[in-house]
Design a protein around this ligand. Sequence first.
Ligand SMILES: Cc1cc2nc3c(=O)[nH]c(=O)nc-3n(C[C@H](O)[C@H](O)[C@H](O)COP(=O)(O)OP(=O)(O)OC[C@H]3O[C@@H](n4cnc5c(N)ncnc54)[C@H](O)[C@@H]3O)c2cc1C
Length: 340
Amino acid sequence: MLLDPCLASEVPEASSQRGLNGSTASLGVLMGHCFRRSSGRGWRLRQRSMALWPNWVSQLDHPSSPLSLQTPLVQLAASAEEAERMRQLAQVRRERGLQFLEEPALPSAQTPWPRTGHGALLSEQDGRVDPLGLLRALRRAFKAQGGTLRSTSAQHLERSSAGGNGRWRVVTAAGDSLRVDAVVICSALGSAPLLEPLGHPRPMEAVLGQVLELKRQDSQASWEHWPAVLTCGGINLIPHGERQLWLGATVEPGSEANPSLLPAMQTLNNLAPQWLHDTERVGQWHGLRARPQGRPAPLLEQLEPGLILASGHYRNGVLLAPASAEWVSQQIDGSILTAP
Ligand SMILES: Cc1cc2nc3c(=O)[nH]c(=O)nc-3n(C[C@H](O)[C@H](O)[C@H](O)COP(=O)(O)OP(=O)(O)OC[C@H]3O[C@@H](n4cnc5c(N)ncnc54)[C@H](O)[C@@H]3O)c2cc1C
């Protein structure tokens, strides 16, 4: 059973909303193969996710909830030093689809890319998945497998002293008391209040992200030679439809959106080509990321038998969804096998 107060509504159109949860606000960028590091937990989770994504998409894709992986991803080098690091990375990860594009080789198409003058890293297998499409597809698949969705929040959790089935009791805002063998807490900023009373402090802070939806005004609009995602100075440009693109996201500690950060984002800190300056703002939204305090993201822990935490994914929750879900399923299998 899945509990979430947000289930009351169908997955919303992001551009029609202002404050959203992390997944609904997300841009769905999957930057796995071009991750700088090549060791550690973060790298392993990314590698596992990127290996699982194609299978996830083919299993979740359905006429009523279509899903696809959009590739490739291009990252512009911000400096000569970064270009050199990218060249080296491309050399060792050639078989993973990485290639360094020297500045003169960048396409000079109808719709010019922003240019830094230092070239760019092309990653054939990185890109994005549509997060709203993913949420729809996951809900459909969950229901098709007999899962129940309940539009309510978990108010608190209790260890159940009674024997038999169910070592945890979940009390919901709707007044139900559910006895279960395992609870998976994946409620982002709503996770800590459930865990604190059980003696498992896992504080998290909100880091807000704003996204702009822009419409091109030029009569010859075309996205020919554009990748699925182009990243410039940490800002993602994501073409969609004939004339539109999403641009984001800001990284703002706290939960209040600061509108004064938007002009610098829209002009890519002075690297925007003229057509981007001329775009019209047709939508915008923001959402909150949950960042663990004092621990690296994400939090993947079995805190007690049957008490599983999969939260605090901060900036990479969509990318890491398959690897996190796989870890959770292994914990559930183990925990149900050891249930009294
Ligand atoms: C603007 C923006 C852009 C982003 N872009 C990317 C990107 O390109 N790629 C990427 O990988 N990641 C991106 N992220 C990060 C990513 O969106 C998050 O890491 C991810 O969505 C977290 O998923 P989640 O399910 O843990 O949390 P959320 O999606 O925030 O969901 C938590 C849910 O828990 C529910 N909840 C809270 N309390 C309770 C309770 N007591 N009981 C029941 N339910 C509860 C809430 O209603 C909410 O629906 C972005 C985030 C933002 C804000």
